[in-house]
Design a protein around this ligand. Structure first.
Ligand code: SF4
Length: 68
């Protein structure tokens, strides 16, 4: 499993991630990005591209052993 997280304190609501990968990220009412699903089986290329496109590196994707 992979865990997708957005640091809401770092996110500047630029919109890049949810424009690139709207299936993985969505804006909250303030434009701050929120993962559509935090725990996923795998991440696709668009999700990686979105993470890499974040100008403030607010997005992290890490391996997790167990889903809770
Ligand atoms: S790309 Fe980064 S700064 Fe821009 S909305 Fe997404 S998480 Fe926030």
């Amino acid at each position: 499993m992979k865990k997708i997280e957005v640091n809401a304190a770092t996110c500047i609501a630029c919109g890049a991630c949810y424009q690139i990968a709207p299936h993985a990220f969505q804006p909250n009412e303030s434009g701050i990005s929120v993962p559509v699903k935090e725990l996923v089986e795998s991440v696709d290329e668009l999700t990686i591209e979105a993470m890499e496109s974040c100008p403030v590196a607010a997005i992290t994707i890490e391996d997790v052993e167990d889903a809770e």
